[in-house]
Design a protein around this ligand. Structure first.
Ligand code: 13P
Ligand code: SF4
Length: 338
């Protein structure tokens, strides 16, 4: 009997340290202070995407879009990179800094767009176009990056395609909406993988039109992951950083925001007297939250920094192949001043 109880307790303790069981946090702790202390103690840098909860954005060392976050991950001299974002972002950081420990508060923070492109199917797709160069959007798995020639983000996809010779044949994946947008902007005929993001595909053209009649002066800001019926209506299309900059530099005072709602926190912080309205989705959901991004919480972030777990690992052979297309993207971006 004692043996069974001991075994159960040991297993429970083991699961706790691995993060499978919620660890109690002393409610008296100020998590902002604790996270700041842990950063210093462990020489850790906290990188956060704009789609994270406001609390997490406020405690981060750097907040940015996918390109900015990759650039930070490549140049940091911290020992630990804590990535408040989703799995593919933390994986990209690990590929760029393989000797550093990379932590993600919740390993289940995935991405519907990355999931829409299983590497074994993409490999077969790619084999149908042997003379094509493969450009993949950074929102994909490390295995997919390893099958690519150049990676891109929403802030450099157009410029990367334009940097290639006009007669270069190109496969673009996994996001068909971004791919269509890039094809239109560059006049290139891209072979597209049929993938999409669950958050950016749900905006309703009809509801946005109605909203525009209530706010006739409002500018519609849209991320290029949106469907083309939404992009056609947009006053400005860009990455999260692009949308944020536009909202700050524009003389307009009202904006309808067609992307994940987390970005509105920075928009509102940078522009306290402007109004930001989330673009309405097709369904009855009141918000445009990404369920993957929003898996991370301040509590999980604190525990992950304290326990240095969950940690991101990428097989060495994948790192060797995936780093080349990411570095190619960073080099092209640097040469273009992006
Ligand atoms: P950017 O922040 O690079 O625009 O990416 C948006 C996104 O969907 C990340 O998941
Ligand atoms: Fe993936 Fe879309 Fe969520 Fe970004 S917003 S992490 S693309 S599911």
């Amino acid at each position: 009997m004692l043996f069974i109880v001991t075994l159960i307790m040991d297993t429970f303790e083991e699961m706790k340290t691995m993060g499978f069981v919620d660890e109690e946090i002393d409610p008296a702790l100020d998590l902002f202070d604790e996270i700041e202390k842990l950063k210093k103690q462990k020489n850790a840098v906290l990188l956060a995407h704009y789609y994270q909860e406001p609390d997490i954005q406020d405690v981060a060392d750097y907040i940015g879009d996918s390109l900015g976050l990759s650039q930070q991950a490549a140049k940091t001299d911290a020992d630990i990179i804590v990535f408040a974002g989703v799995h593919f972002m933390a994986e990209t950081a690990k590929i760029l800094s393989p000797n550093k420990k990379v932590l993600l508060p919740d390993l289940k923070a995935g991405c519907s767009l990355a999931d829409s492109c299983p590497p074994h199917l993409f490999k077969k797709f790619k084999e149908q176009y042997p003379d094509h160069l493969v450009i993949t959007y950074v929102n994909c798995t490390a295995e997919l990056k390893a099958l690519s020639d150049i990676v891109c983000t929403s802030s450099n996809a157009v410029q990367i395609v334009e940097s290639l010779p006009k007669d270069q044949k190109i496969i673009f994946g996994p996001d068909k909406n971004l791919g269509r947008y890039v094809a239109k902007k560059t006049g290139r005929d891209l072979v597209l993988w049929n993938g999409a993001c669950m958050v950016h595909e749900i905006f309703s053209r009809e509801k946005i039109t109605k909203l525009k009649s209530r706010y006739p002066e409002a500018k519609l800001l849209a991320h290029p992951e949106c469907e083309d019926v939404i992009l056609e209506m947009a006053d400005y299309i860009g990455s999260t950083t692009g949308l944020l900059k536009y909202s700050t530099n524009s003389p307009a005072s009202e904006f309808i925001v067609a992307t994940e709602s987390g970005i509105i926190h920075q928009m509102q912080k940078d522009n306290p007297f402007k109004t930001f309205i989330p673009a309405p989705p097709n369904n009855n959901c009141a918000c445009n939250d990404c369920p993957h991004m929003k898996r991370n919480t301040l509590e999980k972030l604190y525990l992950c920094m304290k326990n240095e777990w969950p940690e991101i690992t990428v097989p060495a052979d994948i790192i060797v192949r995936a780093v080349k297309p990411i570095e190619r993207m960073l080099e092209i971006s640097a040469s273009l001043g992006l």
